[in-house]
Design a protein around this ligand. Sequence first.
Ligand SMILES: NC(=O)c1ccc[n+]([C@@H]2O[C@H](COP(=O)([O-])OP(=O)(O)OC[C@H]3O[C@@H](n4cnc5c(N)ncnc54)[C@H](O)[C@@H]3O)[C@@H](O)[C@H]2O)c1
Length: 255
Amino acid sequence: MNGNLTNKVAVITGASSGIGRATAMLFADSGAKVVVVCRHPEKGIETVKRIEANHGQASLVLGDVAQDSQVQRLVKKTVAQYGGLDILVNNAGIYQEGDVLNLTEADWQSVLATNLTGVFLCMKHCIAEMIKGGGGVIVNVSSEAGLVGIKNQVAYNVSKSGVIALSKSTALDFAADNIRVNCICPGRVLTPLVEEVIAGSQDPVATRRNLSEDRPLMRMGAPEEIAAAILFLASDDAPYTLGAVLAVDGGYTVP
Ligand SMILES: NC(=O)c1ccc[n+]([C@@H]2O[C@H](COP(=O)([O-])OP(=O)(O)OC[C@H]3O[C@@H](n4cnc5c(N)ncnc54)[C@H](O)[C@@H]3O)[C@@H](O)[C@H]2O)c1
C-alpha cells in the first residue's frame, strides 16, 4: 500500500477549499499532476501555490461543473496541457437547508445542478477522454446524507443519494473500458461549508457541540481523513474495487 500516483493526471473539482483542497494536496504529494477546478480564482491559486510550495505539480482551470460548456472547456484544457487524464474526483458541492415546503424551486434546482448534474457532466466528458487513453479512475464525493435521510435537507439528501446511484450505474457501464468508478460518503467534516452552517445557526457553540457529538467517534472529521480515503480508491491500492460506496463518517451510518 503506497498510494503512488506518479505521473497520473488528476482532475479535482472544488479543489479551492475543504476536502477538495486537502485531496489536491495529498494527490500532489503522492506524485500526481493535479488540475485544480473551481469557480473562484483567488482560492484556486492558493491551492496551487500550496502544492508548488511542497514541490508538487498543479494547474488551475476555472469552471462551473453545472455548466456543460464549461466542463467541456476544462476537459479540453486539461488534455491540451497534459495529453490526457487519468483520475477524476467529483468533489464540488453545495449545501442548502430546507424541507419540501420551505425550499424554493430555484434552491432545489441549484443544489441538484451542482451536486448531481455536475457529477454527470464531469464524468461524461472525462470518461470520453479516459477511454481514448485506455482507462481511468473516478471517485465521486457523496455524503452520509446520501446513505440515510436527514431532517431539513431534502435537496442535499436527494442529490447525494443520486450521486451514489450515478456512481454504481456508471461503474457497471464502463468497467469493460478499464474505468473504475467508486463513491465516498464523508460524515461531518470541519470545512468552510460546515463552518458556515455553524456560524449561521442561532447558538453556534451548541451547534458545534451537537454536530460533533452525534456519532460514535464523538467528533467531526478532518478534510485530510477524507482525502486519505479518496487516495486509496483512486490509486492502484484498490484495483479490484468497483462501484463501492465507502462511508467515512465516524460511525454515523453504522446500522
Ligand atoms: N464538510 C462536510 O461535512 C461534508 C460531509 C459530507 C459530504 N461533503 C461533500 O464534500 C464535498 C466538499 O465539501 P467541503 O465541505 O469541502 O465544501 P467546501 O464548501 O469547503 O468546498 C466545496 C468546493 O466546491 C466548489 N464548488 C461549489 N459549487 C461549484 C460549482 N458549481 N462548480 C465548481 N466548483 C464548485 C466551491 O467553490 C468549493 O471550492 C461536497 O460535495 C460536499 O457535499 C462534505
